[in-house]
Design a protein around this ligand. Structure first.
Ligand code: ZN
Length: 222
């Protein structure tokens, strides 16, 4: 009861989505497959890296179309770092990506709730957890020491990735970026009941990726 009340509240808060639900449900079968969503992101990133972006879905017609409802084909959980913007690096536009961000691309309850909304109500078939090179949050966690204020909670949540990274030879920050993205993706995919069930049913795939802020390349991690 409590969950359905919260869901209804969220639909109302997100304005217009509730009245659009019949259309969303009718179109649920037309959501792209997770693999097709990955391919669309990879193609957009190739255009961005090559310096030949097509800037799709960024005109007035798309604005009018998306005002009627949203059908994002991917959720992107990424860092708040100003040097990466999902719509730019994947060469996408309005209504294409459901973006959730925080320093260190971590999955707390607010993040999980946001992703659940995108998967359950908007039928997004793909969740990408996107870490990036030279991440300040991860670097601070690797450096250790006392983090001030609320930054401490970010550093604490990165601790597992950092400790695993320090056992590997090479750059501990880059290892931690990769491990953190994978751990966060695993946590999202195992999040009961909504996301775990959606993954089990094959409705959504959760993948980890790493953005190189120097080259612009997104690498999907195995
Ligand atoms: Zn970062």
């Amino acid at each position: 009861m409590q969950t359905s009340t919260r869901s209804l509240a969220l639909l109302v808060v997100c304005g217009g989505v509730f009245v659009g639900m019949p259309r969303l449900l009718a179109e649920a079968g037309s959501s792209p497959k997770p693999e097709a969503a990955v391919a669309r992101l990879a193609e957009g990133n190739h255009r961005f890296v090559a310096g030949t972006p097509s800037h799709p879905d960024q005109n007035a017609e798309r604005r009018r179309e998306t005002a009627e409802g949203q059908h994002p084909f991917a959720v992107v959980l990424t860092c708040a770092d100003s040097r990466l913007s999902p719509e730019i690096i994947f060469d996408q536009g309005l209504g294409d990506l459901f973006v959730v961000r925080n320093a260190g691309n971590l999955a707390d309850d607010h993040v999980l709730g946001s992703i659940e909304y995108a998967v359950e109500h908007l039928h997004a078939p793909l969740v990408v957890v996107l870490g990036h090179t030279k991440c300040g949050a991860v670097a601070a966690a690797v450096a250790g020491g006392e983090a001030p204020g609320h930054i401490r909670s970010i550093v604490e949540d990165l601790a597992d990735a950092v400790s695993m990274a320090k056992k590997k030879p090479g750059d501990p920050v880059d290892h931690a970026v990769r491990i953190n993205a994978k751990l966060t993706a695993a946590a999202i995919g195992a999040s009961a009941p909504i996301l775990a069930e959606a993954v089990k049913a094959g409705h959504v795939q959760v993948v980890a990726a790493r953005y190189d802020i120097t080259t612009g390349t997104v690498e999907f991690l195995q």
